[in-house]
Design a protein around this ligand. Structure first.
Ligand SMILES: Cc1ncc(COP(=O)(O)O)c(C=O)c1O
Length: 367
């Protein structure tokens, strides 16, 4: 059996397939661009690690100036803490005794900020923090029209903040308001207008909280598709983009998102027998997620990919052209987060050579 470390120094073409490739030059460029953009916009970056799920990438983001990282799940946050990350925002509500205990344990080995959108949930956190003799920093989760988690912006969110800020063991830091429904809106001019409206909802919520005597140090919002517009509202202190590091074909089709693809799937042609206008590759549903549509082909003008079951994909050529058996080619995932979560490791490449192999340590950490 080939040791993963034996692959370092070899050509990408020597890798077995399917494999998840991560182009480190592009990762570095994307991270540097987001850091420079955010500096110019006057906001902090707290990148979302739910995309890459790997402490090595989080450390690169911190080295470029990120103030901490964001995680979706406690399990991801635990992996990041194991990997030496000391400043973590968990952007989803922590509910249930098991998770509350894990959160308390995690907060004793790194600085964790949590989000709250319910008084009952807050009381459970307050009691657990009190019993452990600690204070937990939290943001009130506010929805500026997304309607997933979060108290409706305005008076309901302000009322909740007032109630929760009084609870012992909890320390109010501000608000999180994620506008997830706007990330992919085209044209960009429409996204710009709607993001401005969403940020006004957060500004109004902040003003109501301040009127009630609360102080907000943090207003955290935005993803890859919205951060450039969200950052224009002076109430925003930080952005939480995730996908920009690796990109995917859905974001590539979103106007005014100027990052490059660092993520691809290396796949091989394994069958040509069934059709003259298509070949079958070894990347199917277990390799590429399809919730945002089929992957894009790279370097094959006119060719399209469709999944052909769990283990197979079909590359179709309108002109009937065929690829040789065993030919290796790259596909660009349509949704980076859900594709990365299918893989154990990244084959890290520069200029077509494998330079490292990184385990995707938080892969599958959905709890
Ligand atoms: C709360 C929250 N913040 C930020 C992001 C990052 O978004 P993106 O990957 O589109 O940059 C997400 C993604 O789902 C999210 O759920």
């Amino acid at each position: 059996m080939t040791m993963q470390s034996d692959l370092i120094g070899r050509s990408v073409q020597d890798l077995d397939t399917p494999s998840l490739l991560l182009d480190l030059d592009v990762v570095e460029r994307n991270i540097a661009k987001m850091a420079a953009d955010a500096r110019a916009w006057g906001v902090n970056v707290r990148p979302h690690a739910k995309t890459h799920k790997t402490p090595a990438v989080a450390h690169m983001q911190l080295a470029a100036g990120a103030i901490g990282i964001t995680c979706a799940k406690l399990g991801e946050a635990e992996v990041m803490a194991d990997g030496g990350i000391g400043e973590i925002l968990i952007s989803q509500e922590i509910v249930g005794e098991l998770k509350v205990h894990r959160l308390i344990a995690l907060s004793q080995r790194c600085h964790v900020t949590t989000v709250i959108d319910d008084l009952e949930g807050a009381e459970a956190l307050s009691q657990a923090a009190g019993a452990a003799g600690i204070t937990l920093d939290f943001l009130v989760d506010v929805t500026p029209g997304f309607g997933r988690t979060g108290m409706p912006a305005g008076e309901p969110a302000a009322r909740l903040a007032e109630q929760v800020a009084r609870l012992p063991g909890l320390h109010f830091m501000g608000i999180q308001g994620y506008e997830g429904h706007l990330q992919f809106v085209n044209p960009a001019s429409e996204r710009e207008t709607r993001v401005a409206e969403a940020m006004e909802m957060l500004a109004d919520t902040k003003a109501r909280m301040e009127k009630a005597g609360l102080q907000l140090q943090i207003v955290s919002t935005a993803g890859t598709g919205t951060c450039r517009f969200a950052a224009r509202n002076p109430v925003v202190t930080e952005i939480q983009p995730g996908s920009y590091v690796v990109m995917d074909s859905r974001y590539a089709g979103t106007e005014a998102v100027e990052f490059d693809h660092s993520l691809s799937i290396l796949t091989s042609v394994v069958s040509r027998a069934a059709r003259s206008d298509a070949v079958i590759v070894d990347a199917g549903l277990k390799t590429l997620s399809t919730d945002h549509g089929p992957a894009a082909t790279r370097g094959l003008p006119g060719a399209t990919y469709e999944p052909a079951g769990d283990e197979h994909g079909r590359i179709m050529y309108p002109d009937g052209h065929q690829l040789p058996l065993g030919q290796k080619l790259e596909l660009i995932p349509s949704h980076c987060d859900t594709t990365i979560n299918l893989h154990d490791r990244y084959y890290v490449v520069r200029e077509g050579m494998v330079v490292d192999v990184w385990n995707i340590d938080a892969r599958g950490r959905i709890q």
